[in-house]
Structures are given as structure tokens and as C-alpha cells.
Design a protein. Sequence first.
Length: 724
Amino acid sequence: MATTSTHLHTCTLCEASCGIVVSVDDGRITDIRGDKDDPHSHGFLCPKARALSDVHEDPDRLRRPMVRTPDGWQEVSWEEAFELAARRLREIRRRHGRHAVAVYQGNPSAHNLGLLTSGQLLFRGLRTHHLYSASSLDQLPHMVAAFHMLGHQWLLSPPDIDRTDLFVCVGANPAVSNGSLMTAPNIKGRIKAIRTRGGRVVVIDPRRTETAALADEHLAIRPGTDALFLLSMANVIFTEDLVRTTRPVAQLDDLRAAAAGFPPEATAAATGIDADTVRRLARELATTPRAVLYGRLGLCTQEFGGLCAWLLVALNAITGHLDEPGGAMFTTPAVDIVPMLAMVGQSGSHDRHRSRVRSLPEFGGEFPAATLAEEIDTPGPGQIKALITSAGNPVLSTPNGSRLEAALPKLKFMVAIDFYLNETTRFADVILPPTAHLERSHYDLLFLMFAVHNSAKYCPPVFERGPDQRHDWEICIELATRIIGPRPVGRLLRWPLLHSGPEGSLAFALRLGPHGLGRGGLSLRRLRKTPHGVDLGPLEPRLPRRVRFRGRAVRLAPRPFLDDLDRLRSRFAEMVDGTDRLVLIGRRHLRSNNSWMGNSASLLESKGEPQCTLLVNPQDAAARQLVDGELVTLSSAAGEVDVPVQITDEMMPGVVSLPHGWGHHRDGARLRVAARHPGASINDVTDEHLVDALTGTAVLSGVPVTVTAHHTTNEIPERRRQPV
């Protein structure tokens, strides 16, 4: 007899974390739609969520452990795979020391309750300096700013977008990303609501993005010059006596002195934004009662990303928009990881030690991912001999992925916790495939910290895992108890750790949280009884008690940022003189999302224009005799790729754009849908040697490039479009 059921869950593919209703008929997904009763997302859903069924049912998805043999990949039992992985990793640690084993955690880890709790028993428990993650390819500058200005790396302040009357968006495209460090479903609707209530939206970006199309004003800025623009904004606010602070602050005079040398008239030639516009926008930000300055990926992944993140917080603070309704606020999450991590000495760290080869700074115990390849292929004490990857595909996501691709075969041993044989895991010796999104329970431990409205929701799995499947947290506990410490002790600890699992940690954390105290407080039991989720109210002012420094004042001008201004000054003249060269920026598409969705037919084979194209301004195309739709060669100091060109006036002159998440042409991967749409990897032309010296963040925006047509002057073909 056929069985039909519906299940409530959460989409974990981006930071919006929308509630979903999954319909299942005879064990197969028949529909995924938005949950109208979810207090967080109210039924909103983007196309990516419906592709969760593609992953769940993907015939290319691995479900049993795989071991590399001389005859190729072979399925083995979990016990055999665990024993082989643990034995080899123990041997390497014993022979070469604990720092010989490295760990790389990919972006999906941040959406995974099990990896954020039990998984860290393995990754942090190895006590290796060689910890890497997608953080240094994404949001690291924001965390560095929070650590130095507020005293904790996770004290990040999302924009109170539902109450703001001026939303200034710098280097972000939330209409496509669905928000980042801003957990806000239906961001398009929220942006439109600002304008409906009489507010204004201003987007500052080298490209006229999908968000810019919704805005009142778009200002094109040259990539890599955002720190100059933000310093000029601060200069205007100080010189025109527009400072208004509503929370305790320190080092105001130091910030004033730092901004003094950057009036808008001096920076306009470098940024491309004229002085009058900068002055007008600065006054508007300072005099609008409810306003906020928000910036994300394009602002972080540039040469001065650390300075940009610092100035973002500082500008919100000195205009009275930090911790105020309509400004940059702090959540009151049901699980508040800030005090919990502080109690165990995990508020953050910066530059305690440096990487072996290039002397890049650590942050939060991790080295920048841009140095991973050289730490593998450079001989000497401390060289990486073994690697564990979890939910990541760094060959496609780290700068100069081709160098990492060449370095991985030099490892003595590699373990991948992943359910795909992809461009990175094909080099592993053992692949341990975890359950997928709908086969595990979910609570958004991290991204509810950045929500624009407080809520909480726990989801049981839609599908129970099979008897021969393992959750990723179970895999991590098995490896940890077999590798770390005396083996008999590890065996004894394994059972209680597996028995408690992520739910045990969650139940404890909810009771410790700000909503869990007293009778009727929020608990895991209550969340189980309210499967749509619980509304915990709008954002509320939380400073100064959230600041971790003595005196509870926000530090506006920490020394690491002031010291880095010398580097900016030394590059200032070059920024002005080099404006005629081409530079590369990335972009994302609404129907693509990281490597786990790279094999989705419903996303890749939907109708519409090709996604992996190089966007070029008509002026730059004419100067290079480029023809729309034809293949061109995009080159940098790191490498080159061939990609179709798309000529469009949405790009500012001097800037070209290639999306991330492509490059599925490499041999050895088992991704049949992706192989039909390989595209070109932007990280085959980004340069691992280009980093923000302050934070170590990879420079993925503003990479110098050249674009060359495949024809001569006398061979220009008629306009035609090539499939990607």
C-alpha cells in the first residue's frame, strides 16, 4: 500500500535558512515547498531548495565507504574504512608530529549541527596548527573586526533591514545570495519594503547587480578601493561634525586621525566615485535616524578586506547606527554561542603564530586557505603529510586551485568526509560518505546568530538513515576516539558521545540560552512540539553588555587596523595610476550553490541564459575586438581559462566578472550532470599569493587579468552564442 507523508524541515543551502514542507510518496520526494507557518521565512523559497531532492536521490552520491586500491575505487565496510584511516593517521602523527595532519572544513559545515558540535572533537582535538576552512575565502575580515573591536569573533551585527530607512549595501548582492551574515529570507521583498515605506536603497558595486536593479541608486566602484571610499565617508562625518554615538566607544580621536588623510577629493580618482557623491552619501547616512551600512563578499575578499570590515563597524558606530533599531544590531538567539565559547577561552585569536612557508597570520586557530597548497608541497619541518577534508571542495574553491590539484597527490594519506567523488576527493585514499541534508536533524546553530528577526526551530530528519549509513558527526567521533589519546580510553568514550550526539549538546545549550531560563523557557522538548518554529521577537539593543572588553566600550581604532593603513597609503598612488588595467571579480547565480549542488539537473539544466560566462563592458570588448558569445582566454599570473564572453553594460569599464563554483572538467570525478556543464573555474585564475596581509583572506576580487580573443583582426566572426 502506498504511503504518503509530509515533513517540516529547513533548507540548509544558504544562510536564509527557509522553512520547507517536504512531501514523500513511497519513499520518494514528490514536492518541496515553502512553509507558510514558519515564523522565520513565512513560506518564501528560492529555486535551490527544490533541488534538495536531486541530492537525496542522486545516483552519483556515495553511500558506502570507498577505498583507493591499485585496481581503482572499492567499496568496503565502515569498520574496515575506519580502521585503515585511523591507523594511517596515527602512524603519520607518530612519525612526523601532530602538525603533519591538516584539516579543511568546507562551507556546508556552518549549516550542520553535528559538525559544529561533535565534529570539532576530531578537527580541534587533533591539536594541529594546520586547520583550514572556507572562512578565509569568505567572511574572515568581519570576524577579525569583531574580535578586535568588540572582544569576540562571533559578535557580528546583521542589518535590521526590516526597520531601516536607508540601506547602503557595499560589495554584496543579497538579491542573489539571499543574504550573507544576514539571515533574511525573501530579501527582495524586504528591499522593496524599504522603498515602499519611503526609505532608500543604495548599492555600491563594480557591477549593476540584481540587488542594484532593485535599488534607488547604484554607484560603480573600482574593485579593491572600498577602504578608501569608507575612509572618505568617515572623513566627511568628522570634518562636518556629524558624529553621533549612542553606545560607549573608545579611541574616537584615533579614528578621527586615521580618516584625516583621506578626504573624498583625494580618493575619487582611485575609487571612481566623485567627491560630491561621497559627501552627500555620508551626510545621508549620518542624518537618517534609521540607517545602516552593510557589506559582504566583495568587500571582504579584496586586498584590504580587513580595513573594510573595520570601517564598516566604525561608521555604523559613529553615525549612531550600531545597536540601534534600523541599524546594525545583535541577535538574541536561543543558543548564544558568544558567552559559551568565551567561558572555555574560545573568544577568538589573531596572529598568535604564523604559517610555515609564507608567514601568514592565524585567526581562531586556523591558517588562511590560500597557503594550504604550499604547506603541502614545500619540504621541511612542519610539512603537511596527511589531510582530512570535510564537506569541502578546495580544488575549486581556493585560489589557484590548479596548484592544490598538483599538490594533493604528494600527500602520504588523505581522508575525505564527503558524499561525492569530486574534484578534490578523487585524490583521497579513503572516502567516508555522510548522510545528506534530509537524512539528518537540523538546528541552525550559527546562522540564527545573524538573523534579522529572532526565532528558533528544530527539525527531525525527513528520512531515517539506513542501517549502513553514518552521520558526519558519527564519522568524526569514530575517527577521534580511534586516533586521539590512548585507544582503550577512546573506546570507552565512544559510546556516550555517540549516544548523546548533537541533540544532547543542543538541549544543554538551549537551557543555558537567554530564552531557556525559568518555567516555560525554551527547550528542545518545546521545539519538538512546535515543528514550524518559535518566534522570539525582533532584534533588541544589547550593547554595552555584549562587549567583552573591560569598560564595555566599542574600540573604534584597534592597533592592527591603524598599522595596516601604511600599506593602504603605499598602494594609493598605484590604485590611481593603474585604473586602465582589467581586473576580475566573481559573482554568484541564484541557481548555483557550492559544490554539493554542482550535480543538480534541476539547477544546471533549467531554461535560461548560460550561467558561466565572462561579463565584459562594451568599451573593454571593443578595445579587444571581443564578440558576444565567442570563447575568449582569461589569463592571470596564476593561469588561464577559456570561457564565453557576454558583453553587457552592467559591468563598469575595466572590470570583468566570472562566477564561482564551476570547473567540472577534471578527470577522475564522478559527477555526471556537472560533467555535462563543466564551465570554467574562477579559481584557476585567482592567485594564491594575493592575500589581505592583515587577515590572510584570499583576494578573489580585483585580480589583474587579461582577456584575449581567439581570432585575429581579419577573422572576426558574426555574432553568435556558444553553449557553456
